[in-house]
Write a protein that binds this ligand. Structure first.
Ligand code: NAD
Length: 257
């Protein structure tokens, strides 16, 4: 860790230490050190799959895309369910346990914050979860593991046993609306934040990527920890370039002593 990065971490820790309301937004970058690729980095998910296949209308309209999706998703789900939390996930869980993090909004669907011991009541999974499946017809939900097992045993396109409609992971596809309750909880917390911390997100995906802007406009100090560039770098009060697995534990240790 360089001298200038250390200084930025110290300043960020002092702000979080003084803050009565810190909100954190995480993205795929907090999970890359757990072995789950992000979307936009080199070697990330968009280097291997066509984003259009995650567009809900195309997906619903094409059996071919659904079949391919479930084939590919089998590997993705195996990766996610076996992934260990990273030191970044553990650091944020520790900050929360000590009452220093009002809310964690995550764009990730991998459940690794919860696996690291973060209280689920203090997490908004704004894009849903990969660990549950939902029926697009009747809305009934079931564990992803049971759908995974059905696909493994030859059901190429799994359907709801109650109504026969398609099943999909309870994670938001492109073109799908976000849960209004989750979005409004995230927006309200952002507007009340004294410090808004971004960790591991390019902030390219809206509306989640717009939360730092809302927080900043309402008077929050904005800290961004990310390896690559983000859409909001120029407006950050502190911009720390580095790995979340290195920076977050250092930051949290300074805050909590
Ligand atoms: P993104 O791919 O747009 O951005 C990830 C950012 O993290 C990049 O800017 C990259 O430079 C940075 N990064 C990668 N590894 C890092 C590390 N170790 N330390 C610090 N920074 C690191 O991802 P996004 O902003 O989360 O948005 C993409 C969408 O993809 C989101 O909706 C998210 O739900 C979804 N997604 C989720 C997962 C997951 O659940 N783990 C994985 C891939 C994509």
């Amino acid at each position: 860790m360089g001298n200038s990065q250390q200084k930025l971490i110290e300043k960020a820790a002092a702000w979080i230490g003084d803050s009565r309301a810190t909100v954190c937004l995480t993205g795929a970058g907090v999970s890359t050190e757990s072995g789950i690729p992000d979307f936009r980095s080199k070697g990330g998910i968009w280097d291997r799959f066509d984003p259009k296949d995650f567009e809900i209308r195309r997906w619903l309209a094409s059996e071919d895309i659904q079949r391919r999706y479930w084939e590919v998703a089998q590997d993705g789900y195996n990766l996610v369910r076996n992934a260990p939390p990273s030191s970044g996930h553990f650091a944020l869980a520790r900050l929360s346990r000590h009452g220093r993090l009002k809310l964690l909004v995550t764009q990730n669907t991998d459940g690794l914050h919860q696996k690291a011991g973060h209280d689920p009541c203090k997490i908004v999974e704004i894009h849903g979860t990969s660990h549950v499946c939902v029926c697009v017809g009747c809305g009934s939900k079931l564990p992803r593991s049971s759908v995974h097992a059905r696909v493994q045993s030859g059901e190429a396109i799994p359907r709801c046993k109650d109504c026969g409609c398609l099943l999909k992971p309870d994670a938001v596809f492109f073109g799908e609306g976000l849960s209004p309750e989750k979005l409004s909880r995230a927006v309200e917390a952002s507007k009340e934040a004294e410090v808004f911390l971004v960790a591991g997100s390019s902030l390219a995906v809206r509306p989640a990527g717009g939360l730092p802007e809302r927080a900043r406009k309402a008077g929050a100090r904005l800290i961004i920890v990310n390896e690559g560039p983000t859409r909001f770098d120029a407006k950050a009060d502190i911009r720390i370039q580095g790995k979340t697995g290195d920076v977050l534990p250092a930051l949290v240790s300074l805050v909590l002593g």
